[in-house]
Design a protein around this ligand. Structure first.
Ligand SMILES: [Zn+2]
Length: 128
């Protein structure tokens, strides 16, 4: 192969895309080369079968992960929440936030309605 030292695995793209993007590709591809361990059996036999879907070639455990990596930051946080069984408290917090958000929404909607009415009236006067 020719001059692919700098861009290593992304060398196959040739001069396309520019070096900046190809360097980013290298970062992702290096990470992809590292075999991730199966969350069920622990063997590093994971295979990405499509975007977000991984399968373990050892125990045939099929699961959803990140688009390119079996483990994502958000996935890790959710996993920890499940492990700590903190969902019940999390849900009550979410519901409290939801109620608060709805109250604000209602207030805003009422304010908007008042304004819209005013606008409609003035538009009617001016138009047609
Ligand atoms: Zn497995």
């Amino acid at each position: 192969m020719g001059h692919t030292k700098k861009v290593s695995t992304a060398g196959r793209y040739g001069a396309k895309f520019g070096t900046g993007i190809r360097k980013r590709i290298i970062k992702i591809e290096k990470k992809q080369k590292v075999k991730e361990a199966c969350p069920k059996c622990g063997f590093r036999k994971l295979k990405r079968i499509s975007s977000g879907i991984f399968i373990c070639r050892k125990c045939e455990n099929k699961f959803a992960g990140g688009a390119y990596f079996p483990n994502t930051l958000t996935g890790g946080i959710v996993g920890k929440m499940i492990a700590q069984k903190s969902f019940s408290t999390g849900i009550s917090e979410l519901e409290a936030a939801k109620v608060a958000a709805e109250e604000i929404k209602e207030k805003e909607a009422a304010e908007k309605q008042g304004k819209a009415k005013h606008h409609a009236d003035s538009a009617h006067e001016g138009g047609e």
